[in-house]
Structure formats: C-alpha cells, structure tokens
Design a protein around this ligand. Structure first.
Ligand code: NAD
Length: 290
C-alpha cells in the first residue's frame, strides 16, 4: 500500500515556516510583503481561488489586495492596472488570475507584469531563467510538487521521471524543475504514443492533464512515486450532488502499486497556494535587497 502524501499538512508546515520570515520582513522594512491579485470577470471557480489566496495571505501576515474588474474591462485598462501595481512600493507580487476573458490577450498582460513581481512565474523572463537551470520565481504548482517530492526523502538524482502534460503552467516547468533535480526527464502529451509503456518506466510520475482516470494502476511501475496534479469534477450522483473531485490517476488502483501517491483533493492543490505565499515573500525580499 502506497504512502499517502499529505499535501495539507505539508502546506501548513511551509506556512508555519513562512510566518516568522514574513514578520522579519515587516520588522526590517516597516511594512508587510504585499500581493495584488487581479480578477477580471466573475468566473465562480476563479472567484473562489482568489478569495482563498487572500485569506491564506492574511493568515501568515502578507498584505493582500484584490482588484476585481468587470468582464467587459478593456485590455488597456488591465494593462494600466498592471503598470500601476508594477510601480507600487507596497506591492511585491502581482497575480493575474487566469483565464482572462477572450477579448484580452493573456500573453500581452502576463508580459506586462514586472518579472521581479511575477509570483506565478509565467513571465517569459522567469520561464527563461528556469529553462537555463537558474530558477527565480518558479511556477507555484510544479514548485509545490518538487517540495512534496523532496519532503518524501526519496532520491531523485538519476531516476526516470515522466511528466504527462506540457502546459506552460504545470507540465513544462515541472519537467525543467525535475531536470534541475538531476532526474532523467521525459515529457508526454496528447500526441504521445504508448503512454502506458512510458508510464511503466517512470520512477517518478507526474500527471497534469485534466482527464479523470487517465492513468491506470497497471501503468505504474511498482514502487514509483505518483504526483497527481489533475483536478476534475465528476458528474453529480446521489452521494455527491455537487460532483466528486478526482485526479487524473485511478487512485485506488495506483495506491496498490506505488510507493507514495498524492490524493486529490488534499495533495498538490494546498501546496500550490503555500508556494504562492513563499514566492510573494521571496519577491519582497529580492526587491528589498534582503
Ligand atoms: P492544460 O489543458 O493546459 O494541459 C493539459 C496537457 O495534457 C496538454 O499539454 C496536453 O497535451 C496533455 N494531454 C491531453 N490529453 C492527453 C492524453 N490523452 N494523454 C497525454 N497527455 C494529454 O492543463 P493544465 O493547466 O496543465 O492542468 C492540468 C490539470 O491540472 C487540470 O486538471 C487542472 O485542473 C490541474 N491543475 C491543478 C493545479 C493544482 O494546484 N493542483 C494547478 C493547475 C492545474
């Protein structure tokens, strides 16, 4: 039976570590590290994420401001807000909640965020630093996965790692971070042939696709570590009228074979927010020259 990787307690422990560092920053500089979150439109899931990020900031002493703009806001108005936040001395981290409405060019908005304040790590400058093996502010979800892997204490150097999914937000930066951990990294995606066979070779399997139950138990190498990033809501049934949340891996099958596995929910998700807080503190420290 696999060890269940408890992302909630790992995230809580990281937040406890951050608290005194946040307090130290405030003592040195007379103000708290500040995160500004931009939300355009009223997507309910985005609104929940943004609210949670604000609550968690406050819980560890980071000042968080939320800028909620109507869905019909022009791209120029969003760019103007980003420019103001880039210039604000109280703001050290800027997070643009995705997805943006279709009339706004997401790439242009993300490119406008100062790389020094890019706590999501999506700016091409920070993606570039990561790609040359010198991460600055790394994307929160894959960075959280690395933290979970390191906390397990299993050796990563020289191990075969497979990342399923190549998104800019998760898969690609995940592969880069595993490379920095000296893994032998393979990236699979929607066009990959023989996904099952690729999975069977992986000592470390990270799945970020968004298809419930894509990865079956007999695809997993016995003793592998499985990190399931997927978050999928199943159709409602009698027991769960809102629909159950599951990952991309068939958990019951996989946990019979793997050495360790993240549950969904309660695995990667909580770590993502904790790493956002860590990035905000680090951005503040770097901007202040600490
Ligand atoms: P995405 O849609 O941008 O990318 C999905 C990737 O999966 C693509 O690269 C695609 O090539 C690949 N893919 C699609 N079908 C495939 C198949 N049949 N076989 C192999 N690869 C296939 O998604 P994303 O933003 O990377 O998110 C992936 C999942 O992770 C989603 O379920 C999302 O909700 C979840 N997610 C979770 C967190 C978290 O904090 N836990 C954060 C971000 C995303």
């Amino acid at each position: 039976e696999a060890r269940i990787i408890d992302g909630r307690s790992a995230a809580a422990a990281l937040c406890e570590d951050l608290k005194p560092r946040v307090a130290g920053f405030r003592a040195r500089h007379g103000h708290a590290p500040g995160l500004a979150v931009i939300l355009v439109g009223s997507d309910p899931a985005s609104a929940i994420y943004v609210r949670r990020k604000g609550e968690q900031c406050r819980a560890i002493g980071i000042a968080s401001t939320q800028h909620t703009l109507p869905a019909e806001t022009s791209e120029q108005d969003v760019l103007d807000l980003v420019a103001r936040l880039n210039d604000s001395a109280e703001v050290h981290g800027i997070l643009v909640q995705l997805p943006l409405p279709p009339h706004i060019d997401t790439r242009r908005v993300l490119a406008a965020v100062s790389p020094a304040k890019d706590v999501d790590g999506f700016h091409v400058t920070n993606a570039g630093w990561l790609a040359i093996g010198k991460p600055t502010l790394a994307p929160c979800t894959p960075w959280g996965c690395i933290r979970l892997l390191r906390a397990l204490g299993v050796p990563l150097r020289g191990k075969r790692a497979l990342v399923v999914g190549r998104s800019v937000i998760v898969g690609r930066p995940m592969a880069q971070l595993l490379l920095i951990e000296d893994c032998t990294v393979t990236i699979a995606h929607r066009h990959s042939e023989n996904l099952a066979d690729l999975c069977r070779e992986a000592d470390i399997l990270v799945v970020a696709v968004g298809i419930p139950g894509l990865i079956r138990g007999d695809w997993i190498k016995p003793g592998a570590v499985v990190i399931d990033v997927g978050i999928n809501r199943l159709p409602p049934d009698d027991a769960t009228p809102k629909g159950r949340i599951v990952g991309d891996v068939v958990f019951d099958e996989a946990s019979a074979v793997a050495r360790a596995i993240t549950p969904v929910p309660g695995g990667v998700g909580p770590m993502t927010i904790a790493c956002l807080l860590e990035n905000t503190l680090r951005a503040a420290e770097m901007i202040a020259g600490d």
